[in-house]
Design a protein around this ligand. Structure first.
Ligand code: SF4
Ligand code: SF4
Ligand code: SF4
Length: 312
């Protein structure tokens, strides 16, 4: 009888805990929907030229859209100014901040799935979190400058593209762990499982550069298990660009000080991006790291001190 009651209590508390994860549940549905849509070639949807402000590797044969940063670099290496894609990033950032990272990005979704691995999560200090985020900004600028150089060289000296090499088409793509995961690993699986090539022969054919990329992917995955959204926080150039645009966002989290139980910091502990929520003015918690995931709102629970707010 006691065991039956204990099981009943466990189920009841699990159902109650779901009530505090309502945003997480809706966001999960959104992430599944957009991942299915952006990788819709797997279900027969045709490819388009639509740019989106999240990571969708250009080399994925089943992608239906263009990842924004890949398209930006591609446009620059072809000697054009990326008006359209900068407009997409700016508009998305101004209207919704980095919500695309929280609700739409397949690589962000993959990071969330990694964080479900039941190990004790590790924290970094605020200062280290900010300092590490500079890596993503540096990748953004170095890749963009390399792409501008290729574009200028092509446009001014040749009038024709430099011979297409991986780094001269989309300079970040050959190193992008999303490309390794969603293009290279996918192709290996397809060759082995569908085309029936010998896996051992496939693996033997890879050179140093593949193993270098593969090791980088493993490192990112390992970090993602212990430090939720670590790729999004510290390395992703797409997220860094969206972060710049989100400074002007009309969407933010707001906190009602009358409902906020001082001393409780459940919201900050729940934040996967390490946003120092309580250090901001309550009316507008606007941080370039915030991906509008709502984990802080879920964590605040019955206090209901946090909410999404549009500032017009
Ligand atoms: S930071 Fe990059 S990988 Fe992470 S969700 Fe945003 S676009 Fe995707
Ligand atoms: S979880 Fe809610 S009540 Fe607790 S500190 Fe954060 S906003 Fe305040
Ligand atoms: S501040 Fe809240 S909404 Fe923003 S990333 Fe952190 S948990 Fe998500």
């Amino acid at each position: 009888m006691a065991t039956k009651n204990a099981s009943f209590d466990m189920i009841t508390s699990w159902i109650q805990s779901l009530a505090y994860k309502r945003i997480r549940f809706i966001r999960l549905l959104s992430q599944i929907f957009f991942t299915g849509l952006f990788f819709g070639g797997l279900f027969g949807i045709s490819r388009t030229s639509v740019p989106v402000p999240v990571v969708v590797p250009a080399g994925a044969e089943y992608a239906t859209v263009w990842g924004g940063f890949d398209m930006l670099l591609y446009t620059l290496t072809r000697g054009h100014f990326p008006f359209l894609i900068l407009g997409v990033f700016f508009l998305s950032g101004v209207l919704f901040g980095r919500a695309a990272c929280g609700w739409m990005c397949p690589v962000g979704f993959w990071q969330d799935v990694l964080s479900w691995v039941p190990v004790k999560k590790k924290q970094v200090s605020r200062e280290d979190n900010q300092a590490l985020a500079e890596i993503g900004g540096t990748i953004l600028w170095v890749s963009a400058l390399a792409a501008i150089f290729v574009g200028f060289y092509t446009y001014i000296f040749n009038g024709a593209p430099i011979e297409d090499q991986p780094f001269t088409v989309i300079p970040w793509a050959p190193l992008d762990p999303a490309g390794t995961l969603f293009v290279s690993i996918y192709e290996i699986l397809r060759w082995g499982l569908i085309d029936k090539f010998d896996f051992i022969e496939i693996i033997k054919s890879f050179g140093f550069f593949f193993w270098f990329r593969f090791s980088f992917l493993l490192l990112i995955a390992f970090l993602g298990v212990y430090y939720p959204r670590s790729y999004c926080r510290w390395f992703c150039p797409t997220g860094a660009l969206l972060g710049y645009c989100s400074k002007y966002s009309i969407l933010s989290i707001s906190r009602d000080p009358l409902k906020c139980d001082s001393g409780c910091d459940k919201c900050e502990k729940a934040c996967p991006m390490g946003v120092p929520i309580l250090s901001y003015e309550p009316d507008r918690i606007q941080d370039s790291m915030c991906i509008s995931c709502g984990a802080c709102i879920d964590a605040c629970g019955d206090n209901k001190a946090l909410a999404f707010k549009f500032h017009f």
